[in-house]
Structures are given as C-alpha cells and as structure tokens.
Design a protein around this ligand. Structure first.
Ligand code: GMT
Length: 384
C-alpha cells in the first residue's frame, strides 16, 4: 500500500509514534511518504527502504506575522497524493493536519480524485489545545470528516466523545514499542560514571511543557535522596527547563541532577535507570514511559489520562494523584529501597511493555487502512 503520513517532526510523542509507525510499515513492504516541515527526528536513525520524506516549505512574506503553514501543507498533500499515487493519508495530531487534509480533499475532488484519510488523536490535540474555543469548531468538523478516527488509549477515546460531538466510531490503537531497539543493554561503564557510588538512578523524559509538571520530578527526587543515595537524569528540553534547573539550584540538589537535553539514543540512557518518574497533569498514553518499561525501568506516575492503561499499580510501578509528590516519593522509595523488590518491578515492567510490542499493534493499523480503502472505493463506485 502507498501511505502518506503527516505529523510533527519534533521530539513530541505524536511525531515519534508516527515516525516509528512509518518505519515499521516500510519494513513490512509498504511505501511510506512523510509530509512535514522537517525531517522527523527518529527518521535520521537509519536507512529504511520504501521511505520518502517530502518537506513542506512555508514561504515567508513581510505581510505575514504568521506564515500560513496549513495552506502550504494542504498544497503539499495534493502534490504528494497525486504524484505518488497514494492510497491513504494518515494524519497524526488533529491540529492542523485534519483540517489541511479536508482542504486538500476538496481540491482533489475538483479533479475527480479522492483518497481516504485517517486521523489519529494523540492527546493534547483533544485534552488541551483542541478543546480551546479558538480551535474547537474546526477540530470537531475535520475529525468528523475523517474516514476513520483512532485514539491512542481508551481514556482518550472516552474524553474525545465527552468533549466533542463526534459522529463516528473511534478505534483505540495503543502506542507501541520496538523491543529490538528499546531493551536493556549493558552500560555498566556509563552507570559508573553517573552514579560512582552505586546510587539509584531516577530518570524523566519529556518536552518540559507545563503539562509534564517537571517541578514535581525534582520535588519527588528531593525527598527520595534524603533517604537513599540517588541521582536524577532529566532528558529533553522545553519551556520549563530553565526554571527547573533554577529550582534545583535553589534547593541545593543540582549536583545530583544531570540535565542531558534532547537525546536520540535514548535506550542507552534508559538502560542504566532504576525508576522512571512521570508526574504529568494529563497524559493520553505515555509513550516515553512505555519505552522506559521496555528497557526494564519501573514507573512512578500520576493516574492521569491513559496512564493506568500501561502502569499496573503495585506491579509495574505505582499511580498517584496529580501533584501528590509525597505519595510518589513514598512509592519510589518502596521500589528502590530493596534490591529484590526492584528486580521484580523491573521484570514486571518489561513483561507489561511486551504487550505493546510493535508486531501486535502495526497489524491493527494495516487492517484499518485496508478497511478504509475498500470502503472508500465502494462508496466512490456507487457515486459514479
Ligand atoms: O506531550 C507530549 O509528550 C507530546 C504529545 C504529542 O502529541 O506530540 O504526546 C502525546 O502523544 C503521545 C503519542 O501518542 C502520547 O504517548 C502522550 O501521552 C501524549 N501526551 C499527552 O497526552 C500530554
């Protein structure tokens, strides 16, 4: 099948998931065309046959305070759909991808062409940004115009149906992990460098946006290190990073925290970690946590959104209420203060991650593509 994938090319979870999906589909023999404004970060990691990248160029002009990306994207979609003869277009993150696809479809219909499009809802496109009245009418309309809709967790599906007037079924297709790439490797020398006295290593990975509550990561760590020797690795970058570093300095614990910035070979770092902290205010799934679990890292998280669908309380880690740093610290200490218990949580984490292995999830997308393409062809045949 020839599949177009539209996504954000950044370190955000939706772009990462879309890129992993495209790479997996191309490995299975599909021809995949990424349409986005920059090469997706994870695409740089290796060569994949049948994989193409089409850059959306957004010309600037002195009149534009806001260059019209959506217009440029719709034009790029038309170009790629026609010239690469795509069968289906898969949009990751509703805004503005679903509305740009609707626009592209209207242009194509004038020339007698049409292909189906699928919108995958990832999280903040529904829970935060999409429900903002500034965007809501366009988001609702363009989701409903999609030939199929998927959500990355049951919780996100429920929330979408609660918040928007959706007239179609929403398929739940969870995030997945490639366990061949995400697995624990022996990085003893690296561990020794970061934790020379055998300290426990806690880790957090995110894009440091307010929704991630990175201040809570440092607060939890501050309590943990008062009881056991520990180090914290902060991976990623974003608007709250500077304030977070300042806070750690003020608390006098900066020397025990390493801010590693954006990282591409993340599984190597996860390999030396003992615990992943994810105190998000809202989290539709938590792909970074799943990748950590695949590297045998248990999870102390909030119970927000879809997190209870991956983090089994008392088994793969623990769930706490948003903002309850005392409870998260208590759970972290419970896991970390006993070698045998930690080993068991690590085993449970990887067993849970295996349920989300890519070979279980990719066929769900393939099945949906073929259903949508068949239904669309039948509808067009009827209308001729
Ligand atoms: O918030 C992020 O980390 C990025 C965000 C995005 O949309 O790019 O991630 C969302 O999509 C991921 C992949 O489906 C999910 O695993 C994340 O839980 C989700 N983030 C939130 O809901 C906050």
């Amino acid at each position: 099948m020839k599949i177009g994938i539209v996504c954000y090319p950044t370190f955000g979870g939706s772009g990462v998931l879309a890129t992993e999906l495209g790479m997996a589909l191309s490995d299975k023999g599909h021809e995949v065309h990424f349409i986005t404004y920059k090469q997706p970060v994870r695409l740089a990691l290796g060569f994949h046959p049948n994989l193409y990248f089409h850059e959306v160029k957004v010309p600037t002009y002195p009149l534009f305070d806001f260059p019209p990306y959506e217009t440029a994207l719709a034009s790029a979609m038309v170009d790629v759909i026609v010239n690469q003869r795509l069968d289906v277009l898969h949009l990751h993150y509703a805004i503005p991808h679903a509305s740009a696809a609707y626009f592209a479809r209207q242009i194509l219909l004038k020339t007698g062409r049409d292909i189906p499009f699928i919108t995958t809802l990832h999280g903040t496109d529904i829970t935060l940004v999409g429900r903002d009245p500034t965007y809501e009418p366009v988001v609702t309309f363009s989701i409903n115009e999609s030939d199929a809709i998927t959500a990355v967790s049951q919780n996100l599906k429920d929330e979408t149906l609660r918040e928007f007037k959706i007239e179609k079924d929403i398929h739940v297709i969870p995030n997945f992990v490639d366990v061949k790439r995400f697995h624990q490797t022996d990085k003893g020398h690296f561990k020794k460098m970061l934790a020379p006295e055998g300290e426990r290593i806690l880790v957090h990975v995110s894009n440091f946006r307010p929704v991630k509550r990175v201040a809570d990561v440092v607060k939890v760590f501050n309590i943990v290190r008062q009881h056991i020797p520990a180090k914290l690795l902060m991976i990623g970058d974003g608007p709250d990073r500077q304030a977070n570093e300042d806070m750690a300095r003020c608390m006098g614990i900066y020397q025990d925290i390493r801010y590693l910035g954006k990282q591409e070979q993340i599984s190597e770092i996860l390999s030396i970690a003992d615990l992943f902290l994810l105190p998000s205010e809202s989290e539709s799934f938590g792909l970074s946590a799943l990748e950590a679990m695949a590297c045998m890292v248990p999870l102390v998280s909030t119970n927000a959104g879809g997190l209870p669908e991956i983090n089994v309380n008392g088994k793969t880690g623990f769930l706490s209420a948003v903002g309850d740093v005392e409870d998260m610290a208590k759970h972290a200490l419970y896991i970390l203060s006993d070698d045998q218990r930690l080993a068991q949580f690590k085993k449970n984490a990887i067993a849970q991650a295996r349920k989300f292995e890519k070979q279980h999830i990719i066929p769900m997308y393939e099945q949906l593509y073929s259903e949508v393409v068949t239904a669309h062809a039948a509808k067009r045949a009827l209308s001729v």
